[in-house]
Design a protein around this ligand. Structure first.
Ligand code: ATP
Ligand code: MG
Length: 574
């Protein structure tokens, strides 16, 4: 893909972070703007991460800078190589086309790992101990909690706070060498136990964890805490703007303290915070997504109902739509819930431009055109995409027996029902105006067939082509129909804020997935995984990754990405 098609929409958005960066560029404060996106590989990325990725890579892109993808991998017991791989795939997919300009690296060098700096970080810790700014503490986790105090009550100094530099150095070395079990000792910064900011009350910098790490194996049994590793990883990589979500604002004094108390020669990075994305009708925390996956309430991290990047991709949302969404919502300092309609708008706008129009009937009923010859097939011309002339045309087979949507016929229609009814007329998309003459029922009184006559002059170019009827419906020729599995997704939760009250899982929508066997026009036999389709009057669809995977399962499977904006009624009245 070319850079051109993937460039962020112009003009680039403006917000308080970009204003600051603009100012820093004007002041020539840094030789180059350098941002980073630092996920912890303890789960799959979600659409909230997409906001952060688009902000960090977007800024690098707009200001001719560089953005690093860095695994913040300091907590080996919660992390896994599976997550490292999925994160790398998702980021590359989302920023495809920006990468060559803002990564400044080849794909093979990606990603960066905080664990690559463990040796350096250890040396920095030793430097703090030598200056008397860090000490080894023997308090148990429970005692540590008591000593810490509360937001409205100062903490108490650890009895180990004043042990000598030599003793701390010796113990720290022995911690590294594996002489002590987990939880028995920590390395703590010596700051201020009475600080109003709890994060400055002698925070832990290192803890003992006898655990294998997905990158460093068994080399370490001592791991740095997030706050210690993060600011120093930023420094080591030459990050200028370390952008994170608002909950890290209270960590910023510690971020600055660590950097300022080490003798670091190069300019220091600075942290800036923005409001995280929360979306209605879903959950976003990795912990909750993990529960849904582990308890098999969804089919996996890439279940198309999840707000994960891999789920959205599988559902058919394009990277461009996600980026447009991220650009639209803006960057602020106020937390709030973004209406899913904003995401849905971005997705529809994108798919409307690129989707190939096709006819498919999801819930069929048979219709016979009694005045159309039995053995005749007519090849109709149908436009692939009215929004894109280059998409061309295709042939659509028409014959005497058709499927239409069961819902497009009502025997006893409500007022203003402009679709098919006994004695009523309707236009078949791309074809004739038909009139319903007879309704055939089975022994139980269920409608099983509609018998109609067509005005055979009413097709494009015919004598009565201009004749107006109120409704147009879609159809598929019975003899040519292809059976496909269609997965219809709905919101995963029934309430806008599933985690506002009680157990979020109590609000799962039992109807979030409906599977039907649809009848489709035959051109869908050639459906391509990367293509997007609009099943006319129904919605946007894409092939699922499981479709046609093996010869055992040759079936086509489509995921509904999203319904059309207009309701049935509005479309029909047009
Ligand atoms: P979660 O809270 O969903 O479990 P996390 O914050 O623990 O996610 P990280 O892997 O630490 O996930 O996040 C990597 C980066 O993405 C961080 O800089 C974080 O601020 C940002 N980020 C995480 N969630 C969101 C969100 N909902 N909106 C915007 N940015 C986010
Ligand atoms: Mg986190």
């Amino acid at each position: 893909m070319s850079l051109e098609t993937n460039a962020p929409p112009a003009p680039a958005p403006s917000d308080f972070i970009r204003e600051l960066v603009t100012q820093h560029v004007a002041e020539k404060r840094y030789p180059k703007i350098h941002t980073r996106f630092p996920p912890e590989p303890n789960g799959y990325l979600h659409i909230g991460h997409a906001k952060s990725i688009c902000l960090n890579f977007g800024i690098a892109h707009e200001f001719g800078g560089v953005c690093n993808l860095r695994m913040d991998d300091t907590n080996p017991t919660k992390e896994d190589i599976e997550y490292v791989e999925s994160i790398t795939t998702d980021v590359n997919w989302l920023i495809a086309g920006w990468a060559d300009r803002c990564l400044g690296l080849t794909a093979a060098q990606l990603p960066f790992y905080a664990s690559d700096y463990f040796d350096q970080l250890y040396d920095y810790a030793v430097a703090l101990i030598r200056q008397g700014k860090a000490f080894v503490c023997d308090l148990s986790p429970a005692d540590m909690e008591t000593y810490r105090g509360a937001p409205d009550r100062p903490g108490k100094d650890s009895p180990f706070r004043n042990r000598t530099v030599e003793e701390s150095l010796d113990l720290f070395t022995r911690m590294k060498n594996g002489e002590f079990p987990d939880g028995t000792r920590t390395l703590r910064a010596k700051i201020d136990m009475s600080s109003s900011n709890i994060w400055l009350r002698d925070p832990i910098l290192y803890r003992i964890r006898h655990a294998e790490h997905h990158q460093t194996g068994a080399k370490w049994c001592l791991y740095p805490m997030y706050d210690f590793a993060h600011c120093l990883s930023d420094y080591i990589e030459g990050i200028t703007h370390s952008i994170c979500t608002l909950e890290f604002e209270v960590h910023r004094p510690l971020y600055d303290w660590i950097l300022q108390n080490l003798a670091l020669p190069r300019p220091l990075p600075h942290q800036y915070e923005f409001a995280r994305l929360s979306l209605g009708y879903t959950v976003m925390s990795k912990r909750k997504l993990m529960q849904l996956v582990e308890e098999k309430l969804v089919t996996g991290w890439d279940d198309p109902r999840l707000p994960t990047i891999s789920g959205l991709r599988r559902r058919g949302v394009t990277a461009e739509a996600l980026r447009n969404f991220a650009y639209h919502i803006g960057i602020t300092k106020y937390n709030g819930i973004t209406d899913v309609a904003v995401l849905e708008h971005a997705v529809r706008e994108d798919l409307n431009k690129r989707a190939l129009r096709r006819l498919a009937v999801l819930k069929p009923i048979k219709l016979v055109i009694t005045n159309f010859p039995e053995d005749q097939t007519e090849e109709l011309d149908a436009v692939n995409n009215p929004e894109d002339e280059q998409a061309g045309k295709r042939k659509l087979p028409f014959s005497r027996e058709l499927y239409i949507e069961r819902d497009d016929f009502q025997e006893v229609p409500p007022p203003k029902f402009f679709r098919l009814k006994p004695g009523g007329e309707v236009r078949l998309k791309y074809a004739y105006i038909i009139k319903c003459d007879e309704v055939v029922k089975d022994a139980n009184g269920h409608v099983i067939e509609l018998r109609c006559t067509a005005d055979l002059d009413s097709k494009t170019g015919g004598a009565t082509a201009g004749r107006k009827v109120k409704g147009t419906i879609h159809w598929v020729s019975v003899a040519h129909a292809v059976d496909v599995e269609v997965r219809l997704y709905d919101r995963l939760f029934t309430v806008a804020e599933p985690d506002a009250e009680g157990d979020f899982k109590a609000h799962l929508n039992p109807h979030s997935l409906e599977i039907v066997t649809a009848k489709c026009e035959p051109s869908l036999n050639d459906a391509k995984p990367e293509a997007r389709y609009q099943f006319e009057r129904i919605g946007y669809f894409t092939l699922d990754k499981d479709a046609r995977l093996s010869t055992n399962n040759p079936q086509l499977i489509f995921n509904r990405t999203i319904t059309l904006k207009d309701t049935w009624a509005k479309v029909v009245q047009k």
